[in-house]
Design a protein around this ligand. Sequence first.
Ligand code: ADP
Length: 402
Amino acid sequence: MSTGTRVLVLNAGSSSVKYQLIEMLDGSRLAAGLVERIGEPNGRLVHTPRGGPRRETLQTFPDHGAALKSVAEELAADGVGLDSPELAAIGHRVVHGGLRFTAPTLVDDEVLAEIRRLVPVAPLHNPANITGIEVARALRPDLPQIAVFDTAFHATMPEYAARYAIDRAVADEHRVRRYGFHGTSHQYVSRATAALLGRDPAELNVIVLHLGNGASASAVAGGVCVDTSMGLTPLEGLVMGTRSGDVDPGVVFHLHRVGGLTIDQIDDLLNRRSGLLGLCGDNDMREIMRRSEEGDAAARLAFDTYVHRLRKYIGGYYAVLGRVDAIAFTAGVGENAAPVRAAATAGLDQLGISVDPELNAVRSGEARVISPEYSRVTVAVVPTDEELEIAQQAFALVHAAG
Ligand code: ADP
């Protein structure tokens, strides 16, 4: 068994790779970085070693293999190369684990083939994740490669929450059901919320609101996910940066039959030209709040639509859980946008949900409570750390296997 104490976390997208090298003894980052625009002429690698200034490389990275090779060179230049015996494993973010992968999994040929079989349900994500695994395996064939799935935390959803009310045979044939995404973040944040409150996760009911560019909510009962807002794909649920979230499926038929749009055009519309962007032309909440302050009606409507949907999920998950101990806001918008947190929780005192305006206005990178002492439900801002969660899960698996 490896005696190494470091884990490299890779998050491979279609044209990018994000990475962090984490020292598991203290959770510190030895290096972090990003390669973007892979396959395009103007590629860019940004590498930040611990304590050092960040280094930028502008060049073409023809494919993920070339990108990862450059990452390996950057790490080697810092004395923390991939050939180091300190490296215990490489942890890979894999978006879709389907029904089979409900826990972190050591990758072998058979596992890789199964992840590939899931491409039809995650055509935008799994192919890039597979490429990341293949490239990392080629660089270090002897090292455990561990896949950590975005869907895994949601596998505990009861059947009635995971099912769509459509013909069961058709659903089963095409593996159509609600899988949920951002699971690594929901898992990390629900546990970190319990830690913040000094409570055992097993006795805490939490609503986690992951509000990034993609956004999702989950209901977590005693550490176990019982419902989440994303479904077969990350399109369902909350209003997001560029995704619509919930729409009547009839909208799709209407746009096709009456509007004359093709299925691909509707796919593009709902995934990339909707949400905040579709409503007001901006998908950055900072910009939307600024415009809204200046009286821009479209930005105001986008903000209000976003918040209205969020409130519906808070109320829905309150009913699903029966008893709510905490609501945790996380990711770019959740961690930074005090006005969103205020609006999403306004007027819910009857439900035991209150937010203290002064605590809510505090800017900090730390997990913190923003509800007043008397609030029955603790409202908190809890920064997510998906990379650390992936590293911890991968590291635990390596040790369990050893
Ligand atoms: P991703 O889903 O890409 O990981 P993040 O969790 O980083 O996204 O969230 C990105 C979003 O967070 C941005 O699009 C922006 O809307 C929002 N955001 C970031 N910083 C702030 C801020 N200071 N105030 C409001 N919103 C912010």
